[in-house]
Design a protein around this ligand. Structure first.
Ligand code: SF4
Length: 470
């Protein structure tokens, strides 16, 4: 078997394997089974038509319907012979080792007893942990035997203290690690694991300490999907920002990265109420086409996304929005690409990070048969970038004559002229000339009036220097 067909996750290799799923009971269970199958695709499983062809057998049980209940026990009893197989697995060359699992309602309540009673059952998992099936299958293939998972163990809290090494007033503060999304092009959920949030109280103390003892004035809250922050503890990003907003001496709060599916109304509202929250939202859209978004497993539509932008801009009329775009996702049609160009017009992003699609081994997208060439991808990327530059030059013209508060970062030479450079609350980079060649503005807060702009650069005039503290 070619190595290209093998997915490596952690320390294990997953060759192509088959899963056979038996669903009992209601429509909800059938939806759950689809979710299970979707997650297992990331571990190289495809659906087996027959139980006999399967490497992994999963019974998705129902505790409500009696008949379904009886059928499950009967099928589980018959599964004993799966463990007695002596034939050779064509993928591994070893004796076929079929793994048997039970999920769903019965497993939620009686998982431990089932695993203890039925020798053929390798593990059981409840309805609460369906989205963690990948990790359980990984554990089973890593050799772990006879385990039950009915609630996701988040007891090993994600707890850290932010370390400052740079001596600047800016700090990056991790608030959540991992990701529970499974965007089809992204390997993060497999490399970083599942989402785990720090506790809100801990972060507030951490930031207070940074402000008081390390002179931090600007924090950027970090995570793969910060909008999911606190879900495991009944807390939220909006609550966290509201608490951080109260810290004396902290001047600016940023957060990144956001997933559009998880932007709540509560978060939109905090952009209206929190005084220190930056006038900037980076909200990756990735494509302007609903059909591409579906293939990317992004869980939102363009209509939903544009609705979010409208709500954000209503909550804070000074808000500027930036985004990420992937050009040439596998099998993207010319029409789908045109939809992305159209989205740029509709969304009016201030800037974008745009990339040509590149395959990540181990992802679902990497296994798609793709007809696009690198030439097509390159051309589409250039079209996206050219379109965006035209849009952002126009947007930025509106800055001329307005005054912005800037935290100055560094000095540089621009066409032989010394200029200082800083960032506005809305994340625009601004350059301005010093009053005298000796003037030093590093880490000063200044007001700058914008005098000229291009798509990529903003020039200003110093209006007021506040020094290192506002
Ligand atoms: S793209 Fe972002 S949200 Fe999607 S799986 Fe990767 S880290 Fe998670």
């Amino acid at each position: 078997m070619s190595n290209e067909n093998i997915i490596t996750v952690g320390d294990l290799e997953f060759p192509p394997r088959k899963v056979w799923l038996k669903t009992y009971g209601c429509q909800m269970n059938y939806h759950d089974t689809e979710r299970i199958l979707s997650h297992l695709g990331s571990l190289n499983f495809t659906l087996a038509e027959e139980q006999h062809d399967a490497d992994l057998v999963i019974f998705n049980t129902c505790a409500v319907r009696d008949l379904a209940n009886q059928k499950f026990y009967s099928h589980l009893g018959e599964a004993k012979h799966l463990k007695e197989r002596t034939d050779i697995d064509p993928q591994t060359g070893l004796k076929k080792n079929v793994i048997v699992a039970a999920g769903g309602c019965i497993a939620q309540t009686e998982g431990k007893e089932l695993v203890a009673k039925y020798k053929q059952l390798d593990f059981a998992f409840g309805t609460d942990v369906i989205d963690n099936i990948g990790e359980m299958v990984y554990r089973a293939y890593a050799g772990e035997k006879k385990f039950t998972v009915t609630s996701w163990d988040r007891s090993d809290n994600y707890s850290i203290e932010t370390k400052i090494t740079q001596g600047t007033p800016q700090a990056f503060v991790n608030i959540i690690k991992g990701c529970d999304k499974f965007c089809s092009y992204c390997i993060v959920p497999f490399t970083r694991g599942r989402e785990k949030s720090r506790r809100l109280d801990e972060i507030v103390k951490d930031v207070s300490r940074l402000v008081e003892y390390s002179g931090i004035q600007e924090v950027t809250l970090l995570g793969q999907n910060v909008n999911s922050f606190g879900k495991d503890h009944g807390e939220s990003l909006a609550q966290l920002i509201t608490e951080l907003d109260k810290i004396n001496g902290l001047e600016l709060i940023r957060y990144t990265t956001s997933h559009p599916y998880d932007v709540s109304d509560e978060l939109v509202d905090v952009h209206r109420t929190a005084k220190k929250l930056a006038n900037h939202l980076h909200l990756p859209v990735q494509s302007g086409s609903n059909t591409v978004l579906q293939r990317m497993l992004r869980e939102y539509t363009i209509e939903h996304y544009l609705g979010l932008l409208a709500k954000m801009r209503k909550a804070n009329p000074n808000m500027i929005i930036s985004s990420d775009i992937i050009a040439g996702f596998p099998n993207e049609t010319e029409e789908e690409h045109q939809e992305t160009l159209k989205l740029l017009e509709l969304a009016q992003f201030d800037f974008i990070f745009s990339y040509s699609y590149s395959s990540r081994k181990g992802t679902k997208a990497a296994r798609m048969d793709d007809v696009l060439t690198e030439d097509i991808r390159g051309r589409r990327l250039r079209e996206i970038q050219a379109k965006q530059l035209g849009i952002q030059e126009k947007i930025r013209q509106e800055m001329v004559g307005k005054t912005y508060r800037v935290l100055v970062e560094e000095k540089g030479l621009n066409k032989g002229v010394t200029k200082w450079t800083g960032r506005t609350s809305c994340s625009r980079i601004v350059h301005f000339e010093p009053e005298t060649p000796e003037s030093n503005y590093q880490w000063h807060w200044v007001d700058v009036e914008i005098i000229s702009v291009t798509a990529l650069s903003t020039q200003g005039r110093l209006v007021k220097d506040y020094g290192k503290k506002l």
